[in-house]
Design a binder for this molecule. Structure first.
Ligand code: INI
Length: 155
């Protein structure tokens, strides 16, 4: 039996991190968590590119373009869609999730979904560095692993 497993050493990887500005009091914290994860897994400062976008709805097309550029080992997408603050929650959250997945399928580059979709602001705060950890840290850690896994499968 063989196992193809990938570690969490990010040295030499190049990471794009898309950050939605909508609900930036949450996404700033998620971004900080993501940066902390990339640094702690050995990704060099010069190998991290942050790409701000207006809202979660805009994440998908930008993710696809970045992934298709061939310049990045992984693309991490960060946002916060809170049901209480919008009547079009389902459209924004649904489109973001669908297009992030499609960007990865279309390009063969890992594209990670770090967009919080919560009922309330409190639930978002809990996932942005308080009660339930920092989902930005978790998604960027997953990006390091997926970049290694894709590289191993290709080799
Ligand atoms: N964008 C978000 O990222 N989160 C939200 O909660 C949100 N709300 O509440 O509407 C939101 N809307 C903006 C949307 O993503 C687009 O930027 C906008 O519709 C322009 O295309």
């Amino acid at each position: 039996m063989q196992e193809i497993s990938a570690g969490l050493n990010g040295a030499g990887q190049k990471h794009a991190v898309i950050v939605s500005r909508w609900n930036d009091f949450i996404t700033d914290r998620l971004q900080n968590g993501a940066l902390a994860a990339l640094r702690s897994h050995g990704v060099a400062e010069d190998d991290i590119t942050i790409i701000p976008v207006p809202g979660a709805y805009e994440i998908g097309p930008v993710a696809r373009k970045l992934a298709a550029s061939g310049r990045y080992s992984a693309v991490t997408c960060i946002g916060a869609v809170i049901r209480g603050s919008t009547p079009h929650f389902d459209y924004v959250a649904g489109q973001a999730a669908r297009l992030v997945a499609q960007a990865s399928y279309d390009t063969g580059v890992p594209v990670l979904f770090g967009v919080l979709t919560t009922e309330t602001i409190e639930q978002a705060i809990e996932r942005a560095g308080t009660k339930l950890g920092n989902k930005g840290y978790e998604v960027a850690t997953a990006a390091v692993e997926m970049a290694n896994l894709f590289a191993r499968i290709d080799s």
